[in-house]
Design a protein around this ligand. Structure first.
Ligand code: ADP
Ligand code: MG
Length: 242
């Protein structure tokens, strides 16, 4: 059974049709990169994966559970899906460690000591062991984003969604964040990544999806999409960004 199945997904904002009949599957452990021009629906698509947006039609099925099924506890489903945004949204009044421990402390059935241990080991994973007790304002953008990734991982999700995680960063910060994401990918995390980092997509993605105007225009392996695009829109887009 695929980890994630999207069937005939539609999303409207009022009269505006933003997602138009998307069909899509992700296997466990796969890394899928979603590329496409601004306004094509990439963020909305990602937000439908954990019901940050209510879907207008079709279904999103994770581990066999339909997110739209009213008998499902959406909060439980969400706990298994980590999300990292372009802007890190760390809590300024909490230390790095407190930011990471907040959600599991509230939601996970584990002792505070266990939560703390996990948080410290995640800080090590993202290369910020020395920053546990500082406040976000003293971190660089790249460090904040790595804390945001650790915070999402603290809930022990089995799918991670990334929405342009490096777009707000100074160029010299991008590499460290991408390295953390590569490490996660190697460890077998199922990942959906909206990105403009074509190098990352080529290197890490198992599957690349090109979206335009609310449609999946083309999808395939990085080699298929980047080196042998079939759709004129994909070719146009790649000419502009590569
Ligand atoms: P992308 O991430 O590819 O840039 P988005 O998913 O953010 O695209 O947006 C797709 C379209 O949906 C855009 O036309 C955008 O203006 C519109 N849109 C996104 N969110 C909302 C919203 N909450 N209300 C109304 N329109 C929205
Ligand atoms: Mg977006």
């Amino acid at each position: 059974m695929p980890k994630l199945v999207v069937k005939h997904l539609k999303k409207n904002f009022g009269d505006l049709e933003v997602l138009k009949d998307l069909n899509f599957e992700v296997e466990e452990g796969e890394v899928v990169c979603i590329i496409g021009p601004s306004g094509s629906g990439k963020s909305t698509f990602l937000r439908c994966m954990n019901r940050l947006e209510e879907i207008t039609g079709g279904s999103v099925i994770i581990d066999g559970v339909d997110l739209a099924d009213p008998s499902q506890n959406i909060n439980k489903v969400r706990e298994n899906i980590g999300m990292v945004f372009q802007h890190f949204n760390l809590f300024p009044h909490l230390t790095v460690l407190e930011n990471i421990m907040l959600a599991p402390d509230e939601l996970k059935d584990e002792t505070s000591e266990e939560t703390r241990k996990t948080a410290l080991s995640l800080l090590e994973t993202v290369g910020l062991s020395d920053k546990a007790d500082v406040y976000p304002k003293s971190l660089s953008g790249g460090q904040k984003q790595r804390v945001a990734i650790a915070r999402a991982l603290a809930m022990k999700p089995d799918i991670m969604l990334f929405d342009e995680p490096t777009s707000a960063l100074d160029p010299e910060m991008v590499g460290d964040v991408l390295e953390v994401m590569k490490k996660l990918a190697r460890e077998g995390m199922t990942m959906l990544v909206v990105t403009h980092e074509m190098g990352f997509a080529k290197e890490v993605a198992d599957h690349v999806v090109f979206m335009d105007e609310g449609y999946i225009m083309e999808e395939g392996t990085p080699d298929q999409v980047f080196n042998h695009p079939q759709n004129e829109r994909t070719k146009d887009f790649l000419e502009k960004v590569l």
